[in-house]
Design a protein around this ligand. Structure first.
Ligand SMILES: *Cc1c(COP(=O)(O)O)cnc(C)c1O
Length: 489
């Protein structure tokens, strides 16, 4: 019998075609255009993954010839209408199809159940479908799913803004809502640049960001991401040129940054970093001391400090916000990902009082000109309020501490495996860094076959589970990593 995952791919991939239903598995046709798309999983496979070797063959079957097993292996390209993120659609394998979620489990369309090690791209901190969040969503849906936010406010947003202001350190107290992390960061940059303009300072037009950083995929964010992540070479001429530096992690890099700021500091509006963890850059950790250095440099050079807590916010690093560990307060802070507990798209850019006050004047030209259509969506705000309730009523930070200890213990055996460069844990983030990772797709498939959802990227295999994951579920994730990496070695 052909592997289950292949069978699943065949069925789900052709579901959109009228000739096929789940109960009709042997009437399989290629898409209507009749083309057999050239895909070769084999070209992506590396040594050690023989159990994943595909047949690489396509064949049409009909109800009249049901006996031959379907060995069709579909690629992402066989999805007729979807364009997937970060995916070479021609060569990427067919994605799995999710049907239901609950707690730390994802049930696939073919009935298989996966333990989720990623928590929906780092968002689902309470696990999926938490009853308290679900109830808030239903209640708000019945009352007012959406209303515009121009010249009109509503209780879910005013309450959420007040709660965020109370939770965040210092006078971070003005909340501007958007609907994605990238846009929250775009707004942060606009705030910072206009802050200087409104105060009559000219020439501060540049943003200083750090190697390894990631702040989103919009054009503005691409210009301040790590050059590789932001595709700077490909998009040269399109992206504004910003200022890139190394994080001041030691005396040498600190001196270089100080020199850069002495030379160009007065052209810089803001300095941007993810505090403690550069997530998409490869889960790179730095000490709280680095953030204190940045705060000091910004103060000395009249630069605003923007912290991107889109990933680190809401407990992920062990404290509610990562900046707390450094004891510093940024001028602007961005939140998203776990803000709604992974249920709705929502983001927030939070400014300190002095930043907000720079926008107050008799001139309309000093106002912040930004306003996404779905800004402060009431459903999303209601769910975010429910998520904050759970941080109060359930022991989230204690759970993070327990996860941290378990990750450290159970990922430790990876360190001895050939090809493993580093094993590191911070809060509920567990990382196994490899020397190289040539085929993350194959690794992902191997994990799916072990009943876990883990999505390696760059050269890392990592876990960012829900804080509500059970110790047993977490062990399933760590065991899968140890086993798969051992087999691959
Ligand atoms: C995910 C992420 C973003 C982008 O958020 P989107 O909602 O995907 O636009 C920005 N910064 C950091 C640190 C992130 O992890």
């Amino acid at each position: 019998m052909f592997p289950r995952s292949f069978r699943n791919a065949s069925l789900t991939g052709l579901m959109p075609h009228r000739c096929l239903t789940k109960r009709d598995p042997f009437m399989i046709r290629r898409p209507a255009c009749g083309t057999i798309l050239p895909f070769l999983m084999a070209s992506q496979e590396t040594g050690g993954w023989t159990h994943l070797q595909p047949c690489g063959k396509t064949q049409a079957m009909s109800r009249n010839a049901p006996s031959a097993p379907d060995t069709t292996l579909l690629a992402a390209a066989d999805l007729p209408h979807l364009w997937l993120p970060y995916t070479q659609m021609q060569t990427a394998p067919f994605p799995v199809e999710a049907a239901r979620t609950s707690g730390s489990r994802i049930t696939l369309a073919d009935g298989r159940e996966l333990v989720d090690g990623v928590a929906a791209w780092w968002t689902a901190c309470h696990g999926y479908s938490h009853p308290h969040i679900h109830a808030a969503l239903v209640r708000q849906a019945e009352q007012m799913p959406h209303v515009m936010f121009g010249g009109m406010v509503h209780e879910p947003a005013t309450r959420l803004a007040a709660r965020l202001a109370a939770l965040l350190p210092g006078d971070l107290e003005r909340v501007f809502f958007t609907d994605s992390g990238s846009v929250a960061m775009e707004v942060a940059i606009k705030m910072a640049v206009q802050y200087h303009i409104n105060r009559g300072t000219t020439g501060r037009t540049k943003i200083l960001s750090f190697r390894g950083g990631y702040h989103g995929d919009t054009l503005g964010m691409m210009s301040i991401c790590d050059p590789e992540e932001g595709m700077h070479s490909l998009f040269a001429g399109v992206l504004p040129e910003q200022v890139l530096a190394d994080l001041p992690v030691d005396a040498g890099s600190m001196t270089r940054l100080e020199t850069l700021l002495t030379e160009r500091g007065d052209s810089i509006a803001a300095m941007v970093t993810e505090p403690l963890v550069q997530g998409a850059g490869g889960m790179l950790f730095h000490d709280p001391e680095v953030l204190r250095r940045l705060r000091g440099l910004c103060d000395r050079h009249g630069i605003l400090l923007i912290l991107d807590e889109i990933f680190t916010g809401f407990g992920r690093t062990g404290t509610m916000f990562a900046c707390e560990q450094a004891g510093i307060v940024p001028d602007i802070l961005a939140l998203s990902k776990a803000l709604t507990g992974g249920t709705m798209a929502l983001a927030a850019t939070v400014a300190r009082r002095h930043v907000f006050e720079a926008f107050l004047s008799d001139s309309a030209g000093h106002a912040l000109m930004h306003g996404p259509t779905f800004m402060a969506n009431p459903l999303a705000c209601a769910v975010a309020n429910a998520s904050l309730d759970l941080f109060e009523s359930e022991p989230r930070l204690e759970q993070v501490a327990a996860i941290s200890a378990q990750l450290a213990q159970e990922l430790e055996p990876c360190r001895a495996l050939p090809g493993v460069k580093d094993v590191r844990v911070l809060g509920a983030i567990g990382v196994v860094e490899l020397e190289t990772l040539d085929n993350p797709d194959a690794l992902r498939r191997a994990f799916v076959e072990r009943g876990v959802w883990i999505r390696p990227f760059r050269n890392i295999v990592y876990l960012t589970p829900a804080f509500t994951i059970t110790p047993k579920e977490l062990t399933r994730l760590t065991t899968a990593i140890v086993d798969v990496l051992r087999e691959a070695a």
